[in-house]
Design a protein around this ligand. Structure first.
Ligand code: NAX
Ligand code: K
Length: 515
């Protein structure tokens, strides 16, 4: 499902109105009808329901005027409030406002604090507040009475239905402009706005419905929208097909370079997750003194001891063997539990320079990259899987800056560095070097647990081994990872979920997608 920014949606609206010739009031009528249908559904068990529509001066308010008329037409009692002066309403919203005037609707203007006080009292006795204060036209921090009005809506006990986007929410980033309406349900138009799927936005949206308001598919197609939600459908399409005459070589050979003293778990998890995601053969290379431990921990994953230094971390001499391993492999993952040192940094740079198969780099592998130019110059795909802290180091931006603009920062960095970039965290963002973005919306807080990232690295690596491109593997990988975590909650809780459970749970996630 494609996702849009506010300006992309405004452009789709504009083309539909100006170039295709569907009048704006028609789109507004359709939008109003969709919200009305949702309101009727919410109110279906309430006898003699009372509804308030709160409108702003823009087109989001215009949609609200349509809803008021349509609800009233079917006998539902509606009161209409306008944030501001009726004189200031313009365009299609003004057309619908004058219709309300002609139909003898009373429009109550909210122009000062005492108006808000009266509004607050009225909110106490209604069943549903319909929020048409602000939509995609919001600009900058909330001004005037808007914050107080939103706070009154949030403090009421009524249900709240948001038109297009909860007022106060940024459609591009999912950040609140100071404060935003907490809706129980949101009806968004044509395509979901990015901010509805990102955090904290998602916590404001409630149940999300996408309504067709007759923006032609041709118009949407022509705009080449580059952002997409990873749906089960998309994940299913990406699932590598298993050749029934295949042998283990058919499903690829992956090499995972991981581990250091005290971090054998990271090596085990990433190696095993690679194999459990369908790779035919997995070889785990780790500092030699850990080999016997990992041989005991792992049965199906092969292990290769690599030269180590006094700290039981990989030493420079290990490079020869790593290069040799890469020659026989289809993909290599490096990073989980490696620890950080100058030697590791040198090893990673050398690998990036010389290894001519796709590379998946995570954790310590990411933290030691100093020369970013080395990524840009690689001829084979590179997948980086940073969490926000690692991303901060890579980009030189603060974690706050990154979290406030997850999509934009990930997209820009993926293009700048010529990599497939997976920014982990709630609503994981995958961005490709070619400028596409995939947002993942599954997963749960139980997955914020040690080793969870190592499992993700393994899943992506295993998928590349089976022939998916780096972009496809990252996209399917984050979905499978989140789905596994969600399905596992049938037995576990968000408190008890462990990375090892995710590996065991992968079977259910694959099964789910196969069916
Ligand atoms: N023709 C179209 O473009 C369509 C638009 N639609 C609706 O129109 C909405 C967008 O309408 P608009 O572009 O008119 O914009 P909005 O209605 O979202 O907001 C514009 C209004 O908000 C005020 N405002 C902006 N930033 C503010 C801030 N920080 N603090 C306080 N007030 C602020 C402006 O002064 C203006 O009155 C969509 O979300 C959707 O609901 C739908 O009716 C479908 C068709
Ligand atoms: K709204």
């Amino acid at each position: 499902m494609r996702l849009v920014t506010a300006s992309e949606m405004q452009e789709l609206d504009r083309i539909t109105i100006e170039e295709v010739g569907i009048p704006g009031v028609v789109l507004m009528e359709n939008a109003g009808q969709a919200v009305t249908d949702a309101a009727v559904d919410i109110l279906s068990n309430i006898s003699d329901p009372q509804v308030i529509v709160v409108a702003g001066k823009g087109n989001n308010g215009g949609d609200g005027f349509v809803v008021a008329r349509l609800l009233s037409n079917i006998g539902i009692k509606v009161k209409v409030y306008l944030l501001g002066d009726v004189q200031d309403v313009s365009g299609d919203a003004k057309i619908n406002l004058s219709v309300l005037h002609k139909l003898d609707f009373k429009i109550v203007e909210l122009k000062n604090k005492s108006d808000l006080k009266r509004f607050n009292k009225k909110c106490k006795n209604v069943d549903l507040i319909i929020d048409g204060v602000l939509g995609t036209g919001i600009e900058g921090e909330l001004r005037g009475l808007a914050p107080d009005l939103i706070s009154i809506i949030n403090n009421s006990t009524s249900q709240v239905l948001a038109i297009d986007i909860p007022s106060g929410l940024n459609a591009d980033t999912g950040q609140a402009h100071g404060i935003a309406v907490k809706a129980d349900r949101t009806v968004t138009f044509a395509l979901p706005k990015l901010g509805l799927l990102l955090y904290p936005g998602r916590n404001y949206v409630g149940e999300l419905e996408v309504a067709d308001i007759s923006i032609p598919e041709e118009v949407i197609e022509s705009e080449h929208i580059n952002k997409e939600l990873i749906t089960p459908n998309l994940a299913q399409q990406l699932l590598p097909r298993r050749n029934c005459f295949g042998h283990k070589g058919t499903f690829g050979h992956a090499v995972v370079i991981a581990g250091s003293k005290g971090m054998t778990g990271a090596a085990k998890l990433s190696g095993l997750a690679t194999l459990k995601s369908g790779a035919g053969i997995v070889t785990l290379g780790m500092p030699e003194s850990l080999n016997s431990i990992l041989e005991t921990k792992l049965t199906e994953v092969m292990t290769v001891p690599l030269t180590e230094n006094r700290e039981c971390c990989l030493s420079l001499n290990s490079l020869t063997k790593i290069m040799e391993l890469s020659k026989a492999a289809d993909v290599m993952a490096v990073g989980p539990g490696l620890s950080q040192s100058e030697e590791i940094s040198y090893i990673i740079h050398d690998m990036l320079n010389k290894i001519e198969i796709p590379l998946v780099i995570d954790a310590d592998g990411l933290n030691v990259i100093e020369d970013l130019g080395i990524l840009t110059n690689r001829s084979k795909p590179t997948v980086l899987t940073p969490h926000p802290g690692e991303m901060a180091r890579l980009t030189g931006k603060s974690i706050d800056e990154i979290q406030a603009n997850r999509v934009q920062v990930t997209l820009q960095t993926a293009q700048d560095l010529n990599v497939t970039l997976v920014l982990k965290g709630a609503a994981t963002v995958v961005a490709t070097a070619k400028g596409r973005v995939y947002i993942n919306s599954n997963g749960n807080s139980g997955m914020a647990t040690a080793g969870s990232g190592d499992v993700l690295t393994g899943i992506i690596t295993g998928l590349i081994a089976q022939g998916l491109s780096a972009d496809q593997a990252a996209t399917l990988g984050v979905f499978l990872h989140g789905l596994t975590g969600d399905l596992k909650l049938e037995e576990e809780t968000t408190y008890t979920l462990l990375a090892g459970d995710l590996i065991k749970g992968l079977s259910n996630a694959f099964k789910y997608l196969e069916e």
